[in-house]
Design a protein around this ligand. Sequence first.
Ligand code: PAF
Length: 277
Amino acid sequence: MAMQEQAIAWRQAGEDIGFVPTMGALHAGHERLVTRARRENQRVIVSIFVNPTQFGPNEDFASYPRSFEADRARLEALGVDAIFNPSVDQIYPSSFKTRVDPGPLAELLEGKSRPGHFAGVLTVVLKLFQLTQPKRAYFGQKDFQQVVLVRQLVRDFALPVRIVAVPTVREPDGLAISSRNAYLGPPQRAVAPSIHNALDGASNAFGAGVTDPAELEAIVRHLLDGTPGVAIDYVAVVDDTTLRRPVRTIAGNVLAVAVKLGPIRLIDNVVLGAERL
Ligand code: PAF
């Protein structure tokens, strides 16, 4: 049965579907999403689709890690009900014309460095939601701006799906787990935990009473500037819905950072004074 028919049949039978969209190259962060989806829904669908429209012309679409057989084994062990692994033509047939315009929030932070990225993400997410009919969809908090924009999409189009943001899974030394960590060579891997250490430093300062966003950002900059091989793209304290910098930082604001380690761009964030979005 095709994915959408199967999903509609499950919903008609009164079963809730939890959906985890992925681009494959699965890791412990994805496992956390799937485990949570498994706990909260009768059916779990995981998509594996490296979405060409969210990659810029000079980005890593061609070389993005692909490991379908290993991914399938991992997902079967987690007891998912369906793995949806469409071809590019299934998602974007030659007749495909419409694009989601993600609006002004997509021009900030990641959007500044990756023009067109969120249009591609929201377009594919909207289509995947239609094909999998989820009651709940699970996204990693590491891609914080993606969560904010998907929530905006859901509100704007009154989509009947709840977006669940799941806290970032980290290596023992604090590095946020990401499929792109596979690109890190030993020298870059050695300095990568400094990203989380810098966020931690600012988070502790917030806990100790520092509420000036510029001061919190300066703490991160200072800690990262002292790390060889790390070039800062942005450091920003933002409201978790508007993505604007608050006048005073409050609990629930997000401190987000993007850095380059040589050619590799990594992002991370911390929710200040709270565990989750
Ligand atoms: O976060 C990702 O892996 C992708 O952006 C997503 C949500 C699967 C859309 O392609």
